[in-house]
Structures are given as structure tokens and as C-alpha cells.
Design a protein around this ligand. Structure first.
Ligand SMILES: NC(=O)c1ccc[n+]([C@@H]2O[C@H](COP(=O)([O-])OP(=O)(O)OC[C@H]3O[C@@H](n4cnc5c(N)ncnc54)[C@H](O)[C@@H]3O)[C@@H](O)[C@H]2O)c1
Length: 335
């Protein structure tokens, strides 16, 4: 059975490919143009493929639609996990069309090819950014919470969700799972892969860089939020638990209808708590400056994960902030 993974040279996609290699027999077709992903990651994934036959890599931009179609013609793709996207929120405000083209237009084309070539299962990387700034009464956020993104990134993902849902409504054979990720963090426990994103803004990666003196200091954006210690609260999910949710989603679609699921642990940590944890696991007391709030940061974003736990039997294994920080730190030492 062949599965297409877009964006597998990146952070989350590479962890999913590693699990697919370890736990399934899929032949894995990868499309990635390496715009934020790394050729080295593909090399590592190839080295984990003991058969040397299960990975086929296309260095291909999803925006060149006729070339993407060739990949479908050359293979027999029946399942897709679609990670490839642009995902830097402030950039999306400055360059909205980059986001609507790379995220929404390219997803629309991929979905159209999926239907044309008889793909049965489509797993989509969506985001908690689709919820925007949920009212306090909706925290923890479940999947019925109104969606109201506050930036073009969130909009581009929500529009993609509509493309996928409307297509499934009109095509009985095309089924989807939309996974709305909360804050993804940490790295492979075996330290084979991790997050290498350049200029990353993710809190735990930035704190790991500060602990290793790769940056002089780091900032907390606002300590006057309506939370216990005044800093924002987020739901951090270890990347391997998130990867597992994708494997569960493939199984789930064997005998269940299309649906949307939150991916988070259902509880949150403040920015200060995360930084303290990174200082503890690294043993380094790096400098942290309090700077003004950033536009568009909701004070608290925590998932209600009841649905994914009950409907997919997803059981998180790594819901431990110290472990998340430790794995991020160990990976950061490698790069
Ligand atoms: N990292 C997070 O915390 C987070 C949170 C919520 C949702 N997501 C979603 O998860 C997905 C993966 O995110 P990530 O953190 O692994 O990002 P990443 O940047 O590490 O990976 C994205 C991959 O897609 C590739 N890509 C991008 N545009 C492409 C194109 N036009 N053609 C071919 N390849 C292309 C990149 O080269 C990269 O390898 C994204 O869809 C993102 O929106 C991530």
C-alpha cells in the first residue's frame, strides 16, 4: 500500500514517517521542496528504512500542479497525509497571499488530484489557530467551539478544512481526518530526528537554544495576561504522541466516518513555567527579558481532547513537560 506524505522533510512529517517505518508496511512517497525542510532529514529517514525500498522522495514544489500530477501517475497512491505548508503567523500577516497560495490553493489542488486518482483517506494538518481567540467559556476548547482565526495563517488552514470537508461531502469514496494541533514540541526520544527549523519562534525550541547559548537571551511577550503568573498558557504536545495520532487516524478511517479532532493533552503550562522547566532540565540560568505583548496572542489555549481519546483510542505516552523539554534540548545539541 502506498501513502503520500507531503512535507516529510520537516519537523512533524519526519516523525510520522519514522513511526510509519517502524509500525506499518506502507511504501512512503514523499513530496517536499525543502523550503523549510532538510535533505539531511530525508537521508536520516532513508537510513531508518532497513529494506532500502520503502521511501521514494520527490524534491517537488506542490505549486507546480502538472508535476505533482505526474507523481500520482507514477504511483498508486490511496492515502495521503498532508503536512506541507507555510506556518509563520507574523509572516502570514505581511505576506497573506503566500499563505493562501501555499496552504489553501495547493491543498485544493492536492485534494482535486486525490479525488481524480481514487485516494480514499486524507489526513490534514490543521491548527488550533483556526479557533482564534476563544471566549473563556470555551476553554478547554472542543471541536464544536466556533472557529474564528485572527490571522491569514489560521484562515488559510480553515479554508483548506472547508475544501476538504466539501469535497468529502460530494464524494463518498473520499474520507478525511482533520487534526487540529495545539503546541507541538520536543523531539524523537531516540534522538534520530527533531526540529531543525531555522529562525523558529516555538517557545520550547527557543528556550533550548537559549539554554545552549545559541542565543544570548530570550523574551517573554507580555506578563500582564489574565493568568496566574501573567504569562500565556498553552497546551504542549510531544511530537511523537502527535505522530501516533496520525497512525491512529489512518486506522480510524478504515471503519469510521470523516471527522475533525483536537490534538493536545488537555492541560496547559504558562510561558514562565516552560522556561523554568527548561532551566531546570538544562541546569542553565539563561537571561529572560519581559517585553510587550505580541498582537494576536490569546491568553489561554488548551484543548479538550476527549474526542480523539474516545473515538480513536489515542493514548498519550509522553505528556510530561520535563521530558518534552529534555528531548528538545538533546536534539538541539545535535544541530
Ligand atoms: N509546528 C507546530 O507547532 C504546528 C502547530 C499546528 C499546526 N502545524 C501544521 O503542521 C504541519 C507541519 O508543520 P512543521 O512544524 O512540521 O513545519 P515544517 O516547516 O518543519 O515542515 C513543513 C514541510 O513542508 C515543506 N513544504 C512547504 N511548502 C511546500 C511546497 N509548496 N511544496 C512542497 N513542500 C513544501 C517544507 O519544505 C517542510 O519540509 C503544517 O501544515 C503546519 O501548519 C504545526
Amino acid at each position: 500500500m502506498q501513502i503520500l506524505i507531503t512535507g516529510a522533510a520537516g519537523y512533524i512529517g519526519s516523525h510520522v514517517v519514522k513511526q510509519l517505518l517502524e509500525e506499518t508496511n506502507y511504501e512512503i512517497i514523499i513530496i517536499d521542496n525543502l523550503c523549510t525542510g532538510f535533505e539531511n532529514t530525508i537521508k536520516t529517514l532513508n537510513s531508518l528504512d532497513t529494506s532500502n525500498e520503502r521511501i521514494k522522495f520527490y524534491n517537488q514544489d506542490l505549486s507546480i500542479w502538472n508535476e505533482v500530477e505526474e507523481v500520482f501517475k507514477e504511483n498508486d497512491i490511496k492515502e495521503i497525509i498532508h503536512f506541507a505548508a507555510s506556518l509563520v503567523v507574523p509572516e502570514s500577516v505581511e505576506l497573506p497571499l503566500k499563505y493562501y497560495l501555499n496552504n489553501t490553493a495547493n491543498t485544493s489542488n492536492l485534494v482535486s488530484l486525490a479525488v481524480k486518482y481514487g485516494v480514499k483517506k486524507f489526513i490534514f494538518s490543521s491548527t488550533a489557530a483556526t479557533y482564534g481567540e476563544p471566549d473563556k467559556k470555551f476553554i478547554p476548547v472542543n471541536e464544536t467551539c466556533p472557529t474564528s482565526p485572527i490571522n491569514p495563517y489560521g484562515n488559510s488552514k480553515l479554508f483548506s478544512e472547508s475544501v476538504i470537508k466539501d469535497t468529502a461531502f460530494a464524494n463518498d469514496d473520499f474520507k478525511f481526518v482533520i487534526l487540529r494541533y495545539f503546541n507541538v514540541a520536543g523531539a524523537d526520544i531516540e534522538e534520530k530526528i527533531g526540529q531543525s527549523t531555522l529562525n523558529a519562534t516555538h517557545l520550547i525550541k527557543v528556550a533550548a537554544e537559549a539554554a545552549l547559548r545559541k542565543r544570548e537571551k530570550m523574551a517573554i511577550f507580555g506578563d500582564d495576561y489574565d493568568t496566574e503568573d501573567g504569562t500565556c498558557i498553552r497546551d504542549y504536545i510531544h511530537v511523537q504522541d502527535l505522530a501516533d495520532a496520525h497512525l491512529k487516524a489512518l486506522e480510524y478511517l478504515e471503519s469510521n466516518p470523516s471527522d475533525t479532532f483536537n490534538c493536545g493533552y488537555g492541560y496547559g503550562y504558562s510561558v514562565k513555567e516552560v522556561i523554568e522547566t527548561m532551566k531546570k532540565v538544562s541546569g542553565v540560568d539563561f537571561q529572560v527579558d519581559i517585553v510587550p505583548r505580541r498582537a494576536g496572542d490569546p491568553s489561554t489555549l488548551i484543548s479538550d481532547n476527549t474526542k480523539i481519546k474516545t473515538k480513536m483510542n489515542w493514548v498519550p505516552k509522553y505528556n510530561d513537560l520535563e521530558l518534552i523539554c529534555k528531548t528538545a534540548l538533546e536534539w538541539e545539541k545535535n544541530i
